[in-house]
Ligand binder design. Structure first.
Ligand SMILES: [Zn+2]
Length: 380
């Protein structure tokens, strides 16, 4: 049986400390297609882990029945270092507390690192070119000497992802509808995933500015193609960040639904020989992430929302009132925070006390917003 639990020890950064990463593989080792699934890179985001909890037995059973035609590598909770970080009884899963670095930022820009290794070696066979690039990435990873536990983890995860044709990174937002972040050239190729997930939006960006995990491989192949225009280099890794609603949305019935969506997607691709059933209603097509407004406050206060998730809004419409918490009208005055675009409400925040500059909503529009084009697009 190919379904297997693995344990990898990450040597700790302090005496006696080490961390164990648990992960699974399923499907034939020699399968032509490889799938990399991970959840909770932001270790305080559990809905993806719940989805994979419900997907794992289905993959095990499909494996037992000989139905898997892809090799799956699954990290149900990919960041045990982040799971371990609590301070003042609060779980800090988004940032490495030692360095302040967001776990889903500053992933490497691989092309410049492997360009010397592939120089003069590319030919006219796209699949051979992909193999050369992947081997160069693996070679670069193996040449690294990680200086910390988190670097060990990042290299281990990247090594698995770099070998894969489909790379799905499961996250969640704060209070949110389901959505996908991916690279523009991967759409409409991943529209089937959007449909099976039932997302409210697919937001695309070549470079959102933060070095997110899901941008590493599309950026690698894009840069390789641009630098080697005489050689065919397809976008060989379908990579996406899957946002499974809000942080509180971790329940069995939701996880089962999300696992069923992923199973349907894989079955629909022929990676599991099983009837995927009827493809769900089409999800909306992609929109540029630059057309999504990240609405922010210009003062601290208490939020009183006027809108629900999914609600259509017009530019100038109040999204929330901000109740003053200081000044001459403290706890009496309130003023509206206005939408800067036509669109719909994709996300809100669950903590209603906000500081100045806090993002309070994402509004998905269709027109590129001034100030967003070419800018840092992420919330933190
Ligand atoms: Zn996240």
């Amino acid at each position: 049986m190919a379904f297997e639990l693995h344990q990898t020890m990450l040597a700790g950064d302090s005496p006696g400390a080490s961390t164990t990463l648990y992960w699974y593989t399923a499907g034939p080792q020699t399968a032509p297609t490889r799938v990399h699934l991970q959840a909770a890179l932001h270790a305080d985001e559990q809905p993806g882990t719940m989805a994979l909890h419900h997907l794992l037995p289905r993959l095990r059973d499909a494996d037992t029945a000989g139905q898997l035609t892809a090799r799956f590598t699954i990290f149900p909770s990919v960041n045990p270092l982040g799971l371990a970080t609590t301070t003042l009884r609060h779980h800090i899963g988004r940032y490495d507390l030692e360095t302040g670095v967001n776990y889903n930022r500053r992933w490497p820009d691989l092309y410049p690192l492997i360009a010397p290794a592939i120089a003069g070696r590319l030919g006219n066979d796209p699949q051979a070119n992909i193999a050369i690039i992947r081997a160069a990435v693996i070679g670069w990873i193996e040449s690294q000497r990680p200086g910390s536990a988190i670097q060990q983890l990042r290299l281990l995860v990247l090594r698995s992802a770099a070998a894969a044709d489909i790379v799905l990174d499961l996250h969640c937002d704060d209070d949110s509808l389901k959505h996908i972040f991916t690279s523009p050239e991967l759409m409409p190729g991943l529209q089937d995933l959007a449909d099976w997930m039932g997302v409210a939006a697919t937001l695309t960006a070549q470079d959102s500015g933060g070095g997110s995990f899901d941008e590493v491989l599309p950026t690698l192949f894009r840069k390789a193609q641009l630098a080697n225009p005489d050689h065919p280099i397809p976008a060989a890794a379908e990579t996406a960040t899957l946002e499974y609603r809000g942080r509180a949305d971790s329940f069995d019935h939701i996880g089962q639904e999300d696992a069923a969506g992923l199973f349907g997607f894989f079955a629909g691709r022929g990676l599991i020989h099983s009837d995927p059933g009827a493809r769900p209603q089409p999800a909306p097509g992609p929109t540029p992430f630059e057309a999504t407004e990240v609405l922010r406050t210009d003062a601290p206060g208490l939020l009183a929302y006027h809108v629900e998730l999914g609600e259509r809004v017009s530019k100038g419409q109040p999204i929330a009132d901000l109740i003053a918490m200081d000044g001459p009208q403290a706890f009496m005055a309130r003023r509206p925070i206005l939408a800067g675009t036509d669109g719909f409400v994709l996300s809100r925040v669950s903590g209603k006390y906000v500081r100045r500059g806090a993002s309070i909503a994402k509004l998905v529009g269709t027109s590129i917003l001034p100030g967003r084009a070419g800018a840092y697009l992420l919330e933190d």
